[in-house]
Write a protein that binds this ligand. Structure first.
Ligand code: ATP
Ligand code: MG
Length: 393
């Protein structure tokens, strides 16, 4: 009796002619993650795609539970199920059920059996399998009762072409589209709560990510940079490899602070960030920019502010959090495990020079007038020249 992972594909099963490309991207991500796991622990994994299910077998003591946790982060997979695999024989199936009943039923007080039989030559039909296995469960755990409408636990028996699978149902997978099936975008990653969530949401649709972080040394510290690296690492568990760029904006912030209207400083800095992001995107071969902005959240995210910021961009800007409340964003950040890291208290470059009374209704004309007071092109060029990057797996 061996344990096996059964992975169900999502939307990609609806793909027609280019289905193969989506399959390959999904397999390549799956293989990469399991190879990493093999390197860290003993054993190995084998793969087989059959009957719309990707089956992963743990061989030589490989850790199936660790593999399951990794597979729950693979985009393109809608359900992950740990099952027992045995011969297509009622005695063997009954033995597996008896030996693993506590795991299959948990603390439930009611249950039902559900059988699926793709091998129509199997001697028992689905209702007969359910009756026999249900009887064994009741014999073994006398405090249980059957509830076919609303059971607390379900024992599934699947009779497939080559073997039988027994399990108690799948867990929700990450959904979305496989990594790398939809181009690349550049995420503005700030160290706050919103931007990692925004990156995750776009990566979920199969978009590869690189990230850019704007830092203001010495106003921002090495700890803030490390925090951003940690966040990129957490996003990469879903999105795959990320190149994380860091661009210093100290000179830009000081120039704006000294020469421009204090009410406009945040908006002006944002416009610089977007200009720089576009240059980084070209360098990274990314065709869009992603931010964690949400309408009205702060002064720089009012509708007029977003219009003025967007005005300097020549490539699409995706803002997947735009219509979400903070609470909804926090709930996603908890789910993807970035909330704790995002909540670490290291300073952000924007907070360093935050004006007391930011202009919440700026216009493009006002921004252009302020930018006449500084050398925009030179400041952008200098910041870009001092960019550094690291690769995050
Ligand atoms: P918070 O949870 O504090 O709102 P945030 O990441 O959304 O965090 P905001 O000040 O609301 O921070 O900034 C809006 C968006 O602008 C961010 O989501 C991010 O995409 C981008 N951004 C802001 N500051 C930086 C920065 N220092 N480096 C990179 N991107 C930034
Ligand atoms: Mg925000």
């Amino acid at each position: 009796m061996n344990q096996i992972l059964l992975l169900k594909y999502g939307e990609i099963v609806l793909k027609g002619q280019n289905r193969k490309f989506f399959d390959e991207c999904l397999m390549s991500r799956t293989r990469f993650l399991l190879k990493q796991l093999e390197r860290k622990s003993s054993g190995n994994f084998t793969f087989e795609y059959a009957q719309s299910t990707l089956c992963i077998r743990a061989e030589n003591g490989a850790d199936i539970y660790a593999a399951r946790e990794l597979m729950k982060k693979v985009f393109g997979i809608v359900s992950v199920c740990t099952a027992y695999e045995t011969e297509k024989d009622m005695d063997a199936i009954s033995d597996v059920v008896k030996q693993n009943l506590h795991e299959l039923i948990g603390n439930a007080r009611t249950f039902k059996c559900e059988a699926r039989r793709s091998d129509k030559l199997f001697p028992l039909n689905s209702p007969q399998i359910c009756t026999e296995i249900g009887g064994i469960v009741l014999e073994t755990m006398s405090n249980l009762s059957v509830d076919v409408h609303n059971p607390e636990a379900v024992v599934f028996i699947e009779i497939r072409d080559k073997s039988a699978f027994i399990h108690s149902g799948g867990e929700k997978g990450a959904g979305g589209m496989p990594n790398g099936t939809n181009g690349k975008a550049l995420l503005l990653l700030s160290g706050g709560i919103d931007s990692p969530v925004a990156g995750y949401m776009i990566a979920k649709r199969g978009v590869s990510l690189d990230c850019v972080y704007f830092e203001s040394p010495p106003y921002t510290s090495e700890l803030a940079w490390q925090k951003v690296q940690m966040l990129a690492g957490k996003i990469a568990l879903y999105s795959g490899r990320i190149r994380l760029y860091a661009v210093p904006v100290t000179e830009i912030q000081e120039e704006i602070y000294q020469k421009c209207d204090s009410e406009m400083t945040t908006i002006l800095l944002r416009r610089f960030m977007m200009r720089l992001a576009e240059k980084v995107a070209t360098e990274a071969a990314a065709s869009a920019i992603i931010t964690g902005e949400s309408i009205g959240q702060v002064a720089s995210q009012t509708m007029p502010s977003i219009v003025v910021i967007d005005n300097v961009c020549n490539i699409p800007v995706f803002r997947p959090c735009i219509g979400l409340d903070k609470e909804e964003i926090v709930s996603i950040s908890r789910k993807i495990d970035t909330f704790g890291t995002s909540s670490l208290p290291y300073e952000d470059c924007c907070t360093v020079f935050t004006p007391r009374h930011p202009n919440i209704r700026p216009t493009i004309e006002e921004a252009l007038a302020e930018e006449q007071k500084i050398d925009v092109d030179k400041l952008v060029e200098n910041a870009f020249l001092n960019m550094k990057y690291i690769n995050i797996q």
